[in-house]
Design a protein around this ligand. Structure first.
Ligand SMILES: NC(=O)C1=CN([C@@H]2O[C@H](COP(=O)(O)OP(=O)(O)OC[C@H]3O[C@@H](n4cnc5c(N)ncnc54)[C@H](OP(=O)(O)O)[C@@H]3O)[C@@H](O)[C@H]2O)C=CC1
Ligand SMILES: O=C1O[C@H](COP(=O)(O)O)[C@@H](O)[C@H](O)[C@H]1O
Length: 490
């Protein structure tokens, strides 16, 4: 990654007081700064309704960086001085303090000798806020020349998505719009292309002839108490399934793009496979859960039926995958944090058919820099040879030249570079919401209870049959009790 662009950049962060801004976006911007990937003239303008002053926002930025694994940058003073705050919120009816703060920032940058800055509006707010902010950018004359980053979920249902999409298209051109799904920016999710297309060993097996089942398993130990309002309005399925898990599934399932160097070819391959996702069958293929104690959280109604866990079996009707279940699972307050794709191979044919103690597997852990493993049946060395399962792994962070970058830093860099390869499209999202729609209708199952620290409701076990969930200790073919990934901050 390099940048030669000296044009100043102003990142306006809507929702600057929120969880995403604190945990991911602000650290990512500063990560780019530390890596020398931002122009000399850059500014961060936090925007929210809280009546904070600049000092309070800078203290928030400092706390956000300090709690992040990278810590405070060595030139914290210089970073701090680049942060501004625009309070009183921002809507089409009232732009709050933002226009005035932007004018000051532009003046400051001009005084430093910079050219007119590129302004990036980052909407780290709930989807309900996207239309008013988008209209506001239009009405207050802030849209021309700007880039606008929308968080997921981009809409809350198929109908809501269509309405939002129409509003956005009315006010912005497609090259101005960046619809984030940050799982597409994760290093190991990006590395699926290399694994498949640069290795005959894997690429030749990547279809229904060799693969019996695909598991995409993203348990989280994380709580939701500090973002109860957002979470209660959203739930696990909308927060994670129709968004991140569907996008990871599309990365695994896409047919080979015609040209990996052409962003349009990659985006087209992702769009194409997503349009073949079969609408979910809630009764047969979905289990929802809610962890015990969820309704005791401040701001959550005592009768909430919101899901904090979802497991779903997705069918992808392409020649490559017809008949292969993609089983997807995620939830809050589960046993541990992990992010793993497991390709479960079909049993071998020939003289040892039926002898292997379990299926062989290809595993891609995509938390952090990533880890690739294979689970293979081997013969135990010794006088009494038996077949047993072993595992060999490769930490991507350890390969020569590795310099892992966080998903948000990578995606923010792409926004500045105007590169849409890792961003999702209206086409993709329309397909995702279409496949997801049955789960938002009358057939939505009620969430089943599960104890915090567990693997979710036991009913979810049936979705992977005849295999177990491979990540669980009982399903781990090698007998490991924890995944070979960084457990992360719970
Ligand atoms: N948290 C996470 O780990 C991740 C979150 N996301 C996405 O980021 C977005 C924000 O999530 P998160 O930060 O967790 O949520 P939070 O509830 O923590 O924060 C959202 C912020 O948005 C502002 N906000 C809330 N409602 C409105 C509204 N109606 N109009 C304008 N601003 C509003 C609030 O600030 P104020 O009201 O003061 O302006 C609040 O600080 C969501 O779309 C989520 O899906 C994506 C990836 C990861
Ligand atoms: O979008 C979201 O993602 C996070 C998980 O992201 P990660 O990069 O930390 O793995 C999830 O916790 C959150 O609920 C959701 O909104």
């Amino acid at each position: 990654m390099t940048t030669e662009n000296a044009r100043p950049v102003v990142v306006v962060l809507f929702g600057a007081t929120g969880d995403l801004a604190r945990r991911m976006v602000m650290p990512a911007l500063v990560e780019l700064h530390e890596r020398g990937l931002l122009p000399a003239g850059w500014r961060l303008v936090g925007c929210a309704t809280d009546p904070w002053d600049e000092q309070a926002f800078r203290a928030r930025l400092e706390a956000s960086l300090a709690e992040h694994e990278r810590g405070l940058p060595s030139d914290w003073d210089s970073v701090r001085d680049r942060a501004r705050y625009a309070g009183r919120g921002f809507t089409d009816a009232d732009p709050g303090e933002l226009p005035e703060v932007l004018t000051q920032v532009r003046r400051e940058l001009a005084d430093e000798g910079g050219s007119d800055p590129l302004v990036v509006y980052f909407l780290a707010v709930p989807p309900a806020a996207y239309p008013a902010i988008t209209r506001g950018l239009g009405r207050h004359g802030l849209a021309p020349g700007a880039r606008v980053v929308y968080e997921k979920p981009y809409g809350t249902s198929l109908a809501d998505f269509e309405e939002l999409d129409a509003t956005v298209r009315q006010l912005l051109t497609e090259d101005q719009v960046f619809r984030i799904d940050h799982f597409l920016g994760k290093q190991a999710v990006q590395s699926i292309y290399a694994l498949r297309f640069a290795n005959r060993l894997f690429g030749s097996q990547w279809d229904a002839r060799s693969i019996e089942q695909v598991q995409i398993d993203v348990p989280e130990a994380l709580d939701v108490a500090d973002r109860a309002a957002f979470y209660e309005a959203t739930g696990a399925a909308l927060d994670m399934l129709v968004t991140h898990l569907f996008h990871v599934a599309s990365q695994v399932a896409m047919d080979p793009p015609t040209d990996l160097r052409d962003p349009r070819a990659i985006v087209a391959a992702r769009d194409a496979v997503m349009s073949r996702f079969r609408p979910l069958d809630p009764a047969r293929d979905v289990v929802l859960g809610q962890f015990d104690g969820y309704t005791d959280i401040d701001g959550v109604p005592s009768n909430s039926a919101q899901d904090t866990f979802v497991a779903a079996r997705l069918w992808i009707d392409t020649d490559r995958w017809r008949g292969v279940p993609f089983v997807l699972r995620t939830g809050k307050r589960m046993a541990l944090k992990a992010q793993r794709i497991t390709l479960v191979m079909r049993p071998p044919e020939g003289p040892l058919a039926g002898e292997a103690p379990g299926p062989d597997t290809i595993e891609i852990d995509f938390n952090g820099p990533g880890h690739i493993s294979v689970g293979v049946t081997v013969q135990t060395p010794g006088p009494d040879p038996e077949l047993t399962l072993g595992r060999a792994g490769l930490a991507l962070g350890d390969v020569p030249g590795s310099e892992p970058i966080s998903a948000y830093a990578s995606l923010l860099f792409d926004v500045l570079a105007g590169d849409h390869t890792l961003f999702t499209t209206s086409h993709c999202l329309r397909s995702a919401f279409t496949a997801f729609a049955p789960l938002q209708g009358p057939d939505r199952p009620l969430p089943l209870p599960y104890p915090p620290g567990s693997w979710g409701p036991p009913e979810a076990q049936r979705l992977t049959a005849p295999h177990p969930w491979m990540l669980e200790p009982s399903g781990d073919a090698t007998g490991l009790t924890a995944p070979t990934v960084n457990p992360g901050r719970a």
